[in-house]
Design a protein around this ligand. Structure first.
Ligand code: PGA
Length: 253
């Protein structure tokens, strides 16, 4: 199966107001000629979701949230549900990001509940997995990545191809230390093989993005790898022109 490239910008806790609208306009303009060949997604903070979604209406760029709470509604002060995100115009949601796991104590089980809630509501999850430097140095990369993957595999298999996986080695996030193309490909191929042991259809249909210090000048090498189906971009997604150059680096497939 030909998997279409997906380039997603994770704005994290940035561009939550008027600057988000300007950034979104810049991304739509800068990636126009890729429409139909490369899927483009931007993930603003909650405060800018609805406005950015409205700004991007009628363009090829889709909007993602960065988190959700896995209940539809109720007394959960400060939380936001999947149906609310859909209503705000989001079509995607980033789940299990390492910053959520690290700073907010999200467990594999909680991430699984979130993936399930997203899919049940019709939101497409971008589920993040990845090892820390300590785990890599202890040769535990695949053990950790498979544990995180196995927790969400059933959920992803319920709608093959709807969800996306982002492999984000924690040591490469925001550090400037990007995984080399071969280093990324090795883990991506292992993830796909693990999915294939469970379901060939799931393995074939699931896009696996790489994330961690992706920039315009290293994107082509990563995106040229057979099991790298796109990128989840943090820091470099805050500059519309740089983000567009990353998306333009996706080769013909
Ligand atoms: P980075 O972040 O591109 O700034 O390393 C990636 C991410 O956390 O999704």
């Amino acid at each position: 199966m030909k998997r279409k490239y997906l380039i997603a910008g994770n704005w994290k806790m940035n561009a939550g107001g008027a600057s988000g609208l300007e950034l979104a306009r810049g991304v739509a303009e800068g990636t126009k000629e890729l429409a139909g060949r490369v899927e483009i997604v931007v993930a603003p903070p909650f405060t800018a979701l609805a406005a950015v979604a409205q700004e991007l209406e009628g363009t090829h760029v889709e909007v993602s949230a960065q988190n959700l709470y896995p209940k539809d509604s109720g007394a959960y002060t400060g939380e936001v549900s999947a149906p609310m995100l859909l209503e705000s115009g989001a079509r995607w949601v980033i789940l299990g990001h390492s910053e959520r796991r690290q700073y907010f104590g999200e467990t594999d089980e909680f991430v699984r509940e979130k993936v399930r809630a997203a899919l049940a509501a019709g939101l497409r999850p971008i589920a993040c997995i990845g090892e820390t430097l300590e785990e890599r140095e202890a040769n535990r990369t695949l053990e950790v990545v498979f544990r995180q993957l196995d927790a969400i595999r059933d959920e992803l298999a319920s709608r093959p191809g709807v969800g996306v996986i982002a492999y984000e080695p924690v040591w490469a996030i925001g550090t400037g230390k990007v995984a080399g193309p071969e280093q990324a490909e090795e883990v991506h191929a292992a993830i796909r093989k693990r999915l294939a042991e469970f379901s060939a259809e799931l393995a074939d249909a699931t896009r696996i993005l790489y994330g961690g210090s992706v920039k315009a000048d290293n994107a082509a090498g990563l995106l040229g790898m057979p099991n790298v189906d796109g990128a989840l971009v943090g820091g470099a997604s805050l500059d519309a022109a740089g983000f567009a150059r990353i998306a333009q680096a996706a080769p013909e497939r």
